[in-house]
Design a protein around this ligand. Structure first.
Ligand SMILES: CC(C)(COP(=O)(O)OP(=O)(O)OC[C@H]1O[C@@H](n2cnc3c(N)ncnc32)[C@H](O)[C@@H]1OP(=O)(O)O)[C@@H](O)C(=O)NCCC(=O)NCCS
Length: 173
């Protein structure tokens, strides 16, 4: 199945929070935090959909990458259960890598729960390396956070990602 990516906007808050809450439970961000992320000029959020049903959120991912900063961070990524194992997680991550690179970042960081082997396998396959462990970081179950880093390739070598249209009505970055 082919998915399409577009820049997320503040209007996507309800759809994104629906998937965020059902996916992450206790670890989910609050509506206020997500609203602030979607409105920030320092972030780059993506909304993925099946072109047959463009209003339905198939997955999203967010990047914190202030322009000019050398370090960027993957803030979140989730794919709807019905859309998993179809390559969308990899597509979203590759698009965030390209966006971070285009914004001038040279390193991309993320944190993953130690009990999330599926996400860990995705990050390993993209070249992320574990650089630290934050012990008992995720509460209340005290699961470790694995901190991972990717040294970003030059923008020209991230060729497979398409240029995304800017969100209607302005938006971040
Ligand atoms: C992690 C997640 C985003 C992956 O999305 P996805 O669209 O299913 O991933 P893809 O189909 O692009 O798979 C990419 C790679 O991830 C790994 N992977 C993903 N799901 C996996 C699974 N169930 N079992 C084993 N490996 C898996 C594999 O390495 C896979 O590559 P392969 O298909 O060549 O084997 C998705 O499972 C998800 O939303 N999980 C819940 C939220 C979450 O954990 N987010 C990450 C927080 S750090």
């Amino acid at each position: 199945m082919e998915f399409t990516l577009r820049r997320a906007t503040p209007d996507d808050l309800d759809a994104i929070m629906g998937l965020e809450s059902s996916t992450f439970g206790n670890d989910a961000w609050s509506t206020e935090m997500m609203s602030s992320e979607l409105a920030s000029t320092h972030t780059h959020y993506l909304f993925a959909f099946d072109p047959i049903e463009p209003a339905a959120l198939a997955g999203y991912a967010g990047l914190l990458s202030p322009k000019g900063a050398r370090d960027a961070e993957v803030q979140t990524i989730a794919v709807a259960p019905s859309a998993r194992r179809l390559g969308l997680g990899r597509t979203l991550m590759t698009a965030l890598m390209a966006a971070a690179s285009a914004r001038g970042a040279r390193q991309l960081f993320l944190e993953v729960r130690a009990d999330n082997p599926n996400a860990r396998a995705l990050y390993d396959s993209l070249g992320f390396e574990e650089i630290a462990v934050r012990k008992r970081y995720y509460k209340p179950d005290n699961v470790d956070a694995q901190v991972m880093r990717l040294v970003l390739p030059e923008p020209a070598t991230l060729g497979e990602t398409a240029t995304l249209p800017e969100p209607a009505g302005g938006g971040s970055s």
